[in-house]
Structures are given as structure tokens and as C-alpha cells.
Design a protein around this ligand. Structure first.
Ligand SMILES: Cc1ncc(COP(=O)(O)O)c(C=O)c1O
Length: 368
């Protein structure tokens, strides 16, 4: 049996009739950029996330760039973020001429450690950029507190965490703005690039709507030095169809994760993902920290089981970013050297597949 990590078609093809109808509607309507589909999607995702405003943009990376810009991040400013994340988190900072200040992660959740954020604040710090890694929110209360005391913006990288909550509060309720990605493999995956920004601030939403169209007010008059970062109508129409299935899809991911947690409970030499108290997790990835990770990966491969490493080298050790950091971030470094994502996507992974993967993991550690 081959157990894969992803199958984009298995996720999208069941929606084919609705998708084609939606695409037809857009083409017939003749409006392709920022029209009724984008507005309807923004409204639905704002409702789904329990927040007041949503602004569609061209990608998750752009969502980060625009939010940092809206928060006033300028060349020479510092933005504190985690080293254990996808490169886009830091690239959004450097592309504005600002400096990422990398700090370490919590050894349980693998999200940014608020105590380290506090120690990293300088007079140049403008914003904090926590990442809701793998689908659960970073510990937001202390970050909110710190930000209020020091006058900093909090921007959430929620590219992997649509639908996540913390103590009953959703995205953008503890941060000022929250950034989603619709990259095709994300929990809400599009037919190309796309992203969205969530916020409860009407003023920020208005600013972001200007920033995504060159800072343009009505006509050829410009209020801000903005960007071209628009979500298009075909993409929004596709995503509206997929959004109808998101609650069930998330529940199926959660069921797979719960089963893994049970089956892997007594396996020595591994650390299962920790669900922090008060968090609901949307399980974009089910990753374990495993001793002899590469040996385990090979063992799974011989049994036809795919796995992946998110992320093999923390950002402070990447050649492009070494200039921003001196010294070690031991937790990030350890986790990067031993993390392994197991198949969880419910369009191709059900209870039988989870059982098979968990048995193969057990078998590996019995042999060693
Ligand atoms: C944590 C994180 N941040 C940012 C991004 C960037 O999103 P996008 O690929 O839509 O630009 C991604 C996903 O690719 C991500 O996983």
C-alpha cells in the first residue's frame, strides 16, 4: 500500500461540477479582478473566522508584506519572529528593508516562545510576527500584553491555521492582523496562489484595501505607496466552493490526528505534537520529533509511506539570513534535525492508513 502526503486532485475533483459552474459564472460576468466573488469570499471567511474584516490578496506572502507595511514597518526597523518557519515569514520582513530578529521556539508547541520575544525587544522593534505553525496558535496572550506595553504591532502568520482558535478566540482577535494562505496544499487550497488578511480594525482594513491596489483612491489618485496584490475572481469563486467543505475537512484532519495521538502514545523515542491547553488545532501537518528521524523516514519509505520535513534548517542558519543572527537557537535547531511530518490529508488518509503508518513507526523503534 502506498500512503502519500498529498493528492491535490483527490481534494478538488469531487467539487468539479460546482467549480465549473462557478468558473462559468465569473467568465460570463466578465469581471476578473476584485469583484463580487472576492467580496463574497471575504465576507464568508471573516464570518468563518469570527472577525470583522477580511481583505483578499495575491498570496500568503503578500498578506505578510502588506500587513507589515500597514503596521508601519520601515527600513531599519526590527520585527521579532520565529526561526522555525517557512521562509516567507522572514522574507516579508526583509523585502520591506526591515530586519528579522529570530528567537527560539517553545519545545512543546514548536511555536515562538513569548519569554524570548520579551528579551529580544529593542527600541528599533516595530512588530512581533508569531507563526501558528502546523495549525495551532502560538501563545498569544503574553505577546498581546507585551505589544501593548511596548507599543508594537502583532501580526499573525496563520498561513497554516485557518479556523484555529485559542481560549475560544479566533484569528486576529489577539493579533492586530492575521495572514492566510490559499496555496493549493493548504487546508483551504486554491487553484493557484491566493491569500487573505483578517482584522477587527476598520481603519486597518481600509488601509489594506488601498495598499493592495497601489495605494489608489478613486481614479488615478494615490494615497499610499502601495502594491499590486489582488485576489482574482476565478480564484475567489474556486475558493468559495472549497470553503463549503472546510468544516468537515478540518474535522477529518482532527480525527486523524486524534487517532495518531492514541496509537503513538507509547512509542519510545518520539515526541508527539503537543496541543496547548485552550487551543483548537486544525492540523495542517501532523509532525513528530523522532530520534533517528532519517532512519525512520527510510523505514517508512520501504513500506510505501511518504513523509516530509518541515523544516530541515531553521532560518537563522540559512545562508541568506545568517547575517541577522549570532549564536544558537537550540530548540529550533534540535526540532529541525528531528521533525517528520506523517500523512494526514483526509482525502487520501483514513483510519486504516493512520493505523498502517503508526504500526510502521512502532515497528521501527522496536527494531532499534
Ligand atoms: C508559515 C507560512 N507562512 C507563509 C506562507 C506563504 O504563503 P504563500 O505560499 O501563499 O505565499 C506559507 C505557505 O506557503 C507558510 O506555510
Amino acid at each position: 500500500m502506498r500512503i502519500r502526503l498529498q493528492d491535490i486532485n483527490a481534494q478538488n475533483l469531487p467539487y468539479m461540477p460546482e467549480i465549473l459552474a462557478a468558473m462559468g459564472r465569473v467568465i460570463q460576468g466578465g469581471r476578473f479582478i476584485l469583484g463580487p466573488e472576492v467580496e463574497a469570499l471575504e465576507q464568508s471567511i471573516a464570518e468563518y473566522s469570527g472577525c470583522a474584516h477580511a481583505v483578499g490578496v495575491a498570496s500568503g506572502t503578500d498578506a505578510l508584506v502588506l500587513t507589515l507595511s500597514a503596521a508601519g514597518v520601515r527600513p531599519g526597523d526590527e520585527v521579532i519572529t520565529t526561526s522555525f518557519t517557512y521562509v516567507a515569514t522572514a522574507q516579508a520582513i526583509t523585502h520591506l528593508g526591515a530586519k528579522p530578529r529570530f528567537v527560539d521556539i517553545d519545545p512543546q508547541t514548536w511555536c515562538i516562545d513569548p519569554a524570548q520575544v520579551e528579551r529580544a525587544v529593542t527600541r528599533r522593534t516595530r512588530a512581533i510576527l508569531p507563526v501558528h505553525l502546523f495549525g495551532q496558535m502560538a501563545d498569544m496572550e503574553p505577546l498581546r500584553w507585551l505589544a501593548e506595553r511596548r507599543g508594537l504591532a502583532v501580526i499573525e502568520d496563520a498561513a497554516q491555521a485557518i479556523g484555529a482558535t485559542q481560549n475560544g478566540r479566533g484569528l486576529a482577535s489577539l493579533g492586530d492582523m492575521s495572514c492566510l494562505s490559499f496555496y493549493p496544499t493548504k487546508n483551504l487550497g486554491g487553484a493557484g496562489d491566493g491569500g487573505m488578511i483578517l482584522t477587527n480594525s476598520a481603519a486597518l482594513a481600509e488601509k489594506l484595501r488601498l495598499l493592495r491596489v497601489h495605494g489608489r483612491a478613486d481614479g488615478y489618485f494615490y494615497l499610499l505607496d502601495g502594491f499590486n496584490s489582488r485576489l482574482d475572481e476565478l480564484q475567489a469563486a474556486f475558493l468559495r466552493v472549497k470553503l463549503t467543505g472546510l468544516p468537515a475537512y478540518t474535522a477529518a484532519r482532527q480525527a486523524n490526528a486524534t487517532l495518531y495521538n492514541d496509537l503513538l502514545a507509547d512509542v519510545p523515542f518520539i515526541q508527539r505534537p503537543t496541543l496547548a491547553p485552550g487551543n483548537t488545532h486544525v492540523w495542517h501537518q501532523y509532525s513528530i520529533v523522532a530520534e533517528d528521524r532519517d532512519g525512520l523516514r527510510e523505514h517508512l519509505k520501504t513500506r510505501g509511506i511518504d513523509s516530509a520535513i518541515f523544516y530541515p534548517l531553521p532560518l537563522h542558519q540559512q545562508s541568506i539570513y545568517r547575517k541577522y543572527h549570532r549564536g544558537r537557537l537550540p530548540v529550533s535547531e534540535h526540532v529541525a534535525s528531528s521533525i517528520l511530518a506523517l500523512p494526514i490529508a483526509p482525502e487520501i488518509v483514513g483510519a486504516d492508513e493512520v493505523q498502517a503508518v503508526a504500526s510502521a513507526v512502532q515497528e521501527f523503534y522496536k527494531q532499534t
